[in-house]
Structure formats: structure tokens, C-alpha cells
Ligand binder design. Structure first.
Ligand code: GLU
Length: 321
């Protein structure tokens, strides 16, 4: 092709991309903050974007997923205006809303879009570490979670309520979720906490690379935590999900929430809510941890007010909120 032709084609392409009437100029971009790639938040973010994409011809919203450090990172980054949506544990969203630590101020702009899957507090250990109960973590090398994760906060709260000092650990690890299974297999950790939906690739990884164990967390102090906070519920990690772990493991859990802020435009959040609630069957088939979702469960366990765009959608459906 002659050079002048090539320049002309490039120029025409540039003109059409910049034209105010082109579709591209009407596009809106949203980014969903999730968690580590082997957790459940990240594939759930992908599933959310797939649902949003179904109606792109109508709303022109382009959705992207970002792997992040987890709940606290997502809430802080939403607050800074650098994310449009984020996934966060309901306990951390509650703390953010009320300005409880680790948050310095009330995050009054935080809003809910939907409740997602239940996450269960999981203490994954190397079988040879012989950790049978929570109290056995004393003297062991335990990963509580990376900075910015909700897992780390919930594990710290569990330690506090159950009277376990982190000084009693041989080592408190702060590795990222995706790094934990290898560290367990290589003998660098005896166990790790992960507040996560099940099944998750992360624990599949751990259990298939070395004999692993899930520690029951059903002691009286856990019952106390559940009784004190409406966002915690007693819950079992089902048996048969991970290699060598055939029995259900009693523990407790918290809902994962899809959150945003009042800064997000009403029609964008309306369209996200519509995409999720109108495609629940497709949505829940995209990850086994989402399989139990229903239109009711997705409106329950929310610890911050719904966004006005979501309320608009609920009003259309005549749903109470
Ligand atoms: N609940 C975890 C956290 O906020 C993330 C779990 C996941 O990525 O699925 O740290």
C-alpha cells in the first residue's frame, strides 16, 4: 500500500474515533476491584462484567476487573475515587460505614449494590503441623493475610475475641492470598487464614500439593462473636470440595458484598443492578461459590445502604429494601 493511502486510512480512523457521534465517545468505563486471582472475588468480578456486557448495546458501559489486595483496599480505593465498584466483606463494609478501625473516618459515601456469596473463615493448615483447634496456633507460623485484605482483619478480630495474642505465634505471615498455598507446601507456613467463598482455587491448590487440613472454628468464643454481630453466622465448609478433606468443617461466615459510592452515576449502578438481578441464573453458573445465589439472598446481609440506582431498580420490581 502506498504511504499516502496508509496515512489517509489512519487519519480517517482517528477522525471516526474522535467523532462525538461515534459509539465510543458515549462509552462509560467501570472497574471492579476484587481480590487475589486464586480467590473467589476475582472470578466473581469477571462474572459481574459478563452480565453487564450482555446489555452493552443499551447502556454502553464497559466493565473491567482488577485483582487487588481485597476488602479494605477496595473500600479505601473506592473512597479515593479510583474504582467504581468493589467486592468487600460485610464486616469490613460495616466498619467502614461506622468509621471503626482500620478506617480513620466514617465512609459515608459507601453504598451497596448487592449481597453476593457467603464467605467462610477458613484456617488451612499443613496436616503435619498438627493444628487441631484454634488454640493450637500458638507457637506456629501462621499467615493472617496481606495488608488490605478483609481476611487479615477478621482473623485479628478472632484472635482478640478468643484471647490469642499474635505474640504467641512463632511468626505472623502477611503473604498475599495467591502466595499462601506454595508457602504452606514448602514448609514456610504451618497455616493460613482466608475468609473466602467455597470452593476456591486457592485451597484446591493447597490441598492438592500437600496433605492439608481445615481447622474447626466452633469454639465458644466464635459463638460469642456470632452472637454479638449480626453480620456473622455459624456456617460449615462443606466436605468433599478439597482433596483429603471429606468431612464438613464447622466455622462461621460473612457475606461478600458488591459495593460502590454515591459518586457513581445513578444510571450506571441501575444498569449494573439490572444486569445482575435479571440474569441471576447465568450469573450463579459462572462460579461454583455463587451457585446458591437468589434474588432474595442478594438483598440480605447488606451492612450499608443501597445505592440510589439500585433502589430505583428495586422500586421497579416492587421489592422492599
Ligand atoms: N475476603 C477476602 C478479603 O477481603 C477476599 C476473598 C476472595 O478474594 O475471594 O480479603
Amino acid at each position: 500500500m502506498k504511504r499516502t493511502h496508509l496515512i489517509f486510512i489512519l487519519f480517517a480512523a482517528l477522525l471516526s474515533a474522535c467523532s462525538p457521534n461515534s459509539d465510543r465517545s458515549q462509552e462509560r468505563f467501570i472497574t471492579v476491584g476484587t481480590g487475589g486471582v486464586t480467590g473467589v472475588y476475582y472470578p466473581t468480578g469477571g462474572a459481574i462484567c459478563r452480565m453487564v456486557k450482555k446489555n452493552r448495546a443499551q447502556h454502553n458501559i464497559r466493565c473491567n476487573v482488577e485483582s487487588t489486595g481485597g476488602s479494605i483496599y477496595n473500600i479505601n480505593t473506592l473512597g479515593a475515587g479510583e474504582l467504581s465498584l468493589g467486592v468487600a466483606q460485610a464486616d469490613t463494609a460495616f466498619k467502614a460505614w461506622h468509621g471503626h478501625p482500620p478506617f480513620n473516618n466514617k465512609q459515608e459515601k459507601l453504598r451497596a449494590v448487592a449481597a453476593l456469596h457467603p464467605e467462610i473463615v477458613s484456617l488451612v493448615t499443613r496436616a503435619s503441623a498438627n493444628i487441631k483447634t484454634l488454640a493450637d496456633v500458638r507457637g506456629k507460623r501462621i499467615n493472617t493475610g496481606n495488608p488490605g485484605s478483609g481476611s487479615e482483619r477478621t482473623a485479628s478480630e478472632l484472635f482478640r475475641v478468643c484471647g490469642i495474642s499474635k505474640d504467641d505465634l512463632a511468626h505472623e505471615g502477611r503473604l498475599k492470598a495467591a502466595e499462601m498455598p506454595d508457602a504452606l507446601r514448602d514448609g514456610k507456613l504451618d497455616g493460613y487464614f482466608y475468609v473466602v467463598g467455597h470452593p476456591t482455587a486457592n485451597i484446591k491448590d493447597a490441598a492438592s500439593s500437600a496433605p492439608s487440613h481445615l481447622v474447626p472454628l466452633n469454639t465458644p468464643c466464635v459463638a460469642h462473636m456470632v452472637a454479638e454481630h449480626e453480620y456473622y453466622v455459624a456456617a460449615d465448609i462443606p466436605g468433599g470440595l478439597y482433596k483429603g478433606i471429606d468431612q464438613a468443617t464447622p466455622s462461621f461466615g460473612v457475606k461478600a458484598l458488591l459495593v460502590t459510592t454515591t459518586e457513581a452515576p445513578e444510571d450506571v449502578i441501575y444498569n449494573v443492578a439490572k444486569a445482575l438481578f435479571e440474569n441471576i441464573d447465568d450469573f450463579r453458573n459462572l462460579h461454583p461459590a455463587l451457585r446458591q445465589l437468589t434474588a432474595e439472598s442478594m438483598r440480605e446481609g447488606v451492612t450499608v445502604p443501597f445505592h440510589s440506582g439500585v433502589e430505583k431498580y428495586f422500586r421497579e420490581r416492587n421489592w422492599k429494601y
